[in-house]
Design a protein around this ligand. Structure first.
Ligand code: ZN
Length: 79
């Protein structure tokens, strides 16, 4: 049997190759499903220091908006 991981949100055990893993700075968070990952993300966003989280979130939103715009421009060129 392979390695098993525990979901930090609901405690469910799941096998390697499934679930969602997010790691940084020596901490790895393991989630058995994207639904549990979403729950955690929501709590993190609500509780983290506003100054840190809002600037990063705004930057990320504009970065992703640019990606969407580029994709839409490419689709329009093809039509
Ligand atoms: Zn879970």
């Amino acid at each position: 049997m392979g390695r098993r991981f525990k979901c930090v949100v609901c405690g469910r055990l799941f096998p390697e190759g499934q679930g969602v893993f997010i790691g940084r700075g020596g901490l790895t968070l393991t989630f058995h499903s994207s639904r549990c990952a979403y729950k955690f993300l929501k709590l993190l966003f609500e509780r983290a220091d506003e100054r840190c989280v809002l600037d990063t979130a705004r930057g990320l939103v504009s970065e992703l908006e640019r990606v969407v715009e580029l994709r839409e421009a490419r689709v329009q060129k093809r039509v």
